[in-house]
Design a protein around this ligand. Structure first.
Ligand code: 5GP
Length: 184
């Protein structure tokens, strides 16, 4: 069942899960015998991170970091700040940053610049989605499941005004939803 507010489903639940399983397979292969730490970017990556973590066959720990970007509900402003830092040091550890979606790339660029000086043994990025046409800074995304067009999407962790994160698929919202809430 698709929610009435959803206009189109870009990736249904089955496709999302196939994408996550493939990423987990690659990461499990690459990090065998290494001290792996998954760092989820709050809040959007929570749903993805939970599935990815459970699909990994290598031991690993998880931590979270939170950023905020000033701007409207559906557009990045380009200014990123740290809202919550990691709980633990990452020096000498193999870190994989887990992001829901790479849009302009500015959030990841900021996070990589923040974490690199802490001297992790390695630092890679895993993103479920990317909008390749929106990229403003070059970011190295080692693990990515899907490229999507430049449209605002919700579901599978992604929100509009904090809603729709719980949907098991990724889709676009009907125009009325934005008009009703006055956002976007
Ligand atoms: P970037 O810094 O790469 O421009 O944006 C990354 C962040 O913007 C994502 O982590 C996500 O929070 C938000 N974002 C970018 N595109 C979308 C989208 O289509 N839908 C939602 N809900 N958030 C998005």
């Amino acid at each position: 069942m698709v929610l009435a507010e959803i206009e189109t489903v870009l990736l249904d639940e089955a496709r999302v899960q196939v994408g996550v399983a493939e990423l987990a397979r690659r990461i499990s292969e690459d990090y065998q015998g290494r001290d792996l730490l998954l760092v989820g970017v709050l809040k959007g990556a929570v749903v993805f991170m939970a599935d990815l973590s459970r699909a990994l066959t290598v031991p690993h720990e998880v931590d979270f970091i939170a950023t905020s970007s000033y701007g409207s509900a559906t557009e990045t402003s380009g200014v990123v700040r740290l809202l919550k830092d990691l709980d633990r040091e990452i020096e000498g550890r193999h870190v994989v940053l887990v992001e829901d979606i790479v849009d302009s790339g500015l959030t990841l660029d900021y996070l990589l610049a923040t974490l690199r000086p802490r001297r992790p043994a390695s630092l890679e990025v895993c993103a479920l989605l990317q909008k390749p046409d929106e990229l403003r800074v070059e970011v190295p995304v080692r693990y990515k499941a899907f490229d999507i067009p430049s449209v605002f999407v919700v579901g599978y962790g992604l929100d509009y005004a904090e809603r729709y994160r719980n949907l098991p698929y990724v889709g676009t919202l009907r125009r009325e939803v934005y008009e009703r809430s006055g956002g976007g």
